[in-house]
Each structure stands twice: as C-alpha cells, then as structure tokens.
Design a protein around this ligand. Structure first.
Ligand SMILES: CC(C)(COP(=O)(O)OP(=O)(O)OC[C@H]1O[C@@H](n2cnc3c(N)ncnc32)[C@H](O)[C@@H]1OP(=O)(O)O)[C@@H](O)C(=O)NCCC(=O)NCCS
Length: 167
C-alpha cells in the first residue's frame, strides 16, 4: 500500500508540507520550547527542499501511498550522513521509516560508504536504535534539554566492481 521511490524536484511542495507537519505533529511534543520548533521549521521551505533533492552530493527518497501522495521523506549526503528522515503521523509505525532507511543504506553502500551517521532527534532515536545505530558521542543541548543524539551504524560497502575488474 505504501511504496518508496527516489525523490524528484517536483516533489518539493508536498515534501515541504510533510517535513513541516512531521515537526509540528510528531516531534514538537518531545521538545519544550516554541523557539526550538520555530528554528527547526525555519529552513523547511519549498526552495530549500528543491535544492536538497537536486544536489549532486545527496540522495533522497519519498514514501508514497496508492494515490501517489507523499507521506515521508528521507535525505542523505553521499558521504554517509542521514540528514532528514520524516513521516507524517498517519504513516508512522508501519515499516515506512525502515523501508526509506534501507533504500538509503543500499545507495550509500553502493557509493562505498561503510559508516552511516546522523544526529537524531529525541523522537527518532528509538527508530534508529531499532535499526542498528549506536551512540556516537554525547547528546547535545537543544534549547535547554538534551535533544540531539549523535548515532552511527556500520554497513558493508558494496561499491560495484568496474566491468574490467578481474574476479
Ligand atoms: C524517524 C521516523 C521516520 C521513523 O518512523 P517509524 O514509523 O518509527 O519507523 P517504521 O516505519 O520503521 O516503524 C516500524 C516500527 O514501529 C513499531 N511500532 C508499531 N507500533 C508502534 C507504536 N505504537 N509505538 C512504537 N513503535 C511501534 C513496529 O514494531 C516497527 O518496529 P520494528 O522495525 O522493530 O519491526 C519517525 O519517527 C518520524 O517521522 N519522526 C519525526 C521526525 C524526526 O524526528 N526525524 C528525525 C530528524 S533528526
């Protein structure tokens, strides 16, 4: 019923809406200051989302339902950092986060990456831990609470062999 596909630039309006809804409706209750949420929302614009999707140094995916509505977005740098991983409430806890992460991990593995890292929110920490991430440093303050968690996962790189490589 849900599918994951590569993101395209024209997804930017829906993706921007997903990011903003997820921050307001999924994350906000884990944080205690309005200014933190305002900061979090401040770069979630349609133009920024276009640039993030188009960039040669990133890979991004969307989660869609059977009507092609976008309900989730994941973005990683090709150097191995998960930059964004967001679902709207109605798409949570159905395996969609895991599917987005698996697709991103596969792409990073194909890029020869062996360590994936991220700074997780309070909200997403359990998700990353369920999916094999471990602590990669001390939590950082977000406003007045510890709200950013550096995490790391080791994966097997599987950079494709060049066609003329003996094997
Ligand atoms: C990160 C995020 C996308 C993960 O989404 P998710 O729905 O947890 O991920 P999945 O789709 O893989 O969830 C499936 C899991 O939920 C579990 N689950 C089902 N119902 C649940 C419930 N009521 N409560 C908790 N877990 C539940 C399932 O058992 C399954 O676990 P498994 O993988 O061990 O089988 C989501 O938490 C999110 O959008 N968070 C807000 C945005 C955010 O903070 N992003 C990070 C920015 S730094």
């Amino acid at each position: 019923m849900y599918k994951i596909r590569d993101a395209k630039t024209s997804d930017n309006v829906q993706v921007c809406n997903v990011l903003r809804r997820s921050i307001l409706e999924v994350c906000a209750s884990d944080y205690n200051e309005k200014s933190v949420i305002d900061d979090w929302l401040s770069n979630k614009t349609e133009d920024n989302v276009s640039q993030w999707i188009e960039s040669d140094s990133t890979y991004s995916v969307v989660c869609i339902n059977k009507y092609d509505d976008i309900l989730g977005f994941g973005l990683a740098s090709l150097k191995g950092e998960i930059l964004l991983m967001y679902l709207v409430p109605e798409a949570l806890f159905k395996g969609n986060g895991k599917l987005m992460l698996e697709r991103i991990e596969k792409r990073l593995s194909n890029e020869g990456i062996s360590e994936i890292y991220t700074i997780s929110s309070i909200t997403a920490k359990a998700f990353y831990e369920r999916n094999g991430f471990i602590k990669n440093g001390d939590p950082q303050l977000v406003g007045t609470i510890k709200g950013d968690f550096p995490l790391l996962k080791r994966i097997a790189p599987s950079k494709p062999l060049k066609p003329d490589t003996p094997r």
